[in-house]
Design a protein around this ligand. Structure first.
Ligand code: UDP
Length: 409
């Protein structure tokens, strides 16, 4: 049987939501871009997501062969931590919609642990393979940084779905190993398929012109892009600038909105004040995804200081624009960044080490240029069309050799 139609389940992360604010980030980008690339290749994709603030009961076609279908799944304004109890309602809505439209799917691909519960129920009911991408894992998040709290059901659902799924997509060997070690998952069921990048949008541009466009002067620019929350470790960007002693004046540009009011942003601003750097850091807020290439191209270095990053799309986008990255050696970042070649990976969240790496890059035009060229070259192998082709093969193998398992949680 060939794969003609796939159901994507992304219960809480609507692919239409603007990334970089609220809880919307890499997963929203991933679902949208992967679906778009598969759609371009001729696969019909229905993306099911819950109704949320501003969008209810709508069906939107977002590109060739790709629809986003919003269904009821709890109060549209509910906090993510309270969504688990609304999964059965969403599943009922999905089944009703499917019946009404007479839809049949060859494969179900779910995203994140909440959706994985729905995906498992749906795939078992209709007898098709279930593919799951967890994006992040509850147990790793909780181990990465003290204070991270996750719903009690999360690790239980993750373990149960790892046992029942036909295929688990991991972004890095680190994630695959963690699945086996922490959840007792069968590593043979895990496929490594990285995230991708839109190479026509994220591409090298003339630095002078983009700086003029953004109103920036000749200072060296350190860029951070992403949601602002403690797990992203933004304090390390400020501490890095505080440790730099080459005399070069740097400007830190922070793109993205705070996940929780202004709590983390205020903490980082306070730190910048204490380090006497408050006039060297600019919080730009959320920036439209299509405008980001200007920021990556304006920057001398992109800094990714996260405690945990299952993949780290920002690093790949920066590299696609030809801007070297200095990042923590966590999760998927070590599979994207080629240490010493396309940027630097630091084993510890240590400001001195980060400062040293950043200074090496910004003090040598030659190094910055050669790293930038190597970065773009590396990113060129990671376009969404390549990722979609690999994913299509994953689906095809399963639909041709279906494996059934009926573990319950
Ligand atoms: N992003 C954006 N606008 C912003 C901030 C971030 O479009 O103002 C996008 C960014 O380009 C990237 C995603 O949000 O595609 C963040 O993905 P990443 O994997 O780095 O982090 P996550 O959100 O998954 O933790």
């Amino acid at each position: 049987m060939s794969v003609e139609r796939a159901a994507f389940i992304t219960f809480h992360a609507c692919p239409l939501a603007a990334p970089g604010q609220g809880k919307s980030g890499g997963m929203n980008v991933y679902v949208r871009q992967l679906a778009a690339a598969l759609g371009d290749m001729g696969m019909q994709i229905d993306i099911f997501t819950r109704e949320h603030e501003g969008i209810s009961n709508s069906i939107e076609t977002i590109g060739p062969n790709v629809r986003v279908i919003h269904l009821k799944g709890g109060d549209p304004e509910a906090h993510i931590g309270d969504l688990y109890n609304h999964l059965p309602e969403f599943l009922d809505e999905l089944n009703a919609f499917k019946e009404e439209e007479g839809l049949e799917y060859d494969v179900v691909h779910s995203h994140y642990w909440l959706s994985s519960w729905v995906g498992r129920e749906l795939s078992q009911a209709i007898g098709v393979p279930h593919v799951v991408t967890f994006h992040t894992l509850g147990l790793i998040k909780m181990q990465s940084r003290a204070g991270e709290v996750e719903p009690a059901e999360r690790p239980l659902v993750e373990a149960a779905v790892m046992a029942s799924a036909d295929r688990i997509i991991a972004f890095s060997p680190h994630e695959r190993d963690a699945m086996a070690r922490l959840y007792n998952a069968d590593a043979n069921k895990v496929s490594l398929v990285p995230c991708g990048v839109d190479l026509s949008v994220f591409r090298p541009l003339d630095q002078k012109s983009v700086r003029a466009r953004l109103g920036l002067n000749g200072e060296k620019i350190l860029l951070y892009v992403g949601r602002i929350e403690p797990l992203k470790g933004l304090d390390l960007l400020v501490e890095t600038a505080a440790q730099m002693d080459s005399g070069e004046k740097v400007r830190m540009i922070v793109v993205g909105a705070d996940v929780n009011g202004d709590r983390e942003m205020d903490r980082v601003k306070q730190l910048a004040k204490e380090r006497d750097l408050d006039d060297q850091i600019d919080f730009i807020g959320q920036v439209d995804h299509s405008e980001l290439p200007f920021y990556y191209n304006a920057a001398d270095v992109c800094v990714v200081p996260s405690y945990y990053e299952s993949f780290g799309l920002v690093a790949l986008e920066s590299m696609a624009c030809g801007t070297p990255v200095v990042a923590t050696r966590v999760g998927g970042l070590s599979t994207i960044i080629d240490h010493g070649h396309t940027g630097y990976l630091k084993s510890w969240r240590c400001p001195e080490a980060f400062a040293n790496s950043v200074e090496m890059i910004i003090s040598s035009d030659g190094l910055q240029q050669s790293m930038g060229e190597a970065a773009r070259k590396r990113a060129e192998g990671m376009g969404w069309d390549n990722v979609a082709a690999i994913m299509w093969d994953e689906y095809a193998v399963l639909t041709e050799n279906p494996v059934q398992d009926d573990n319950e949680y």
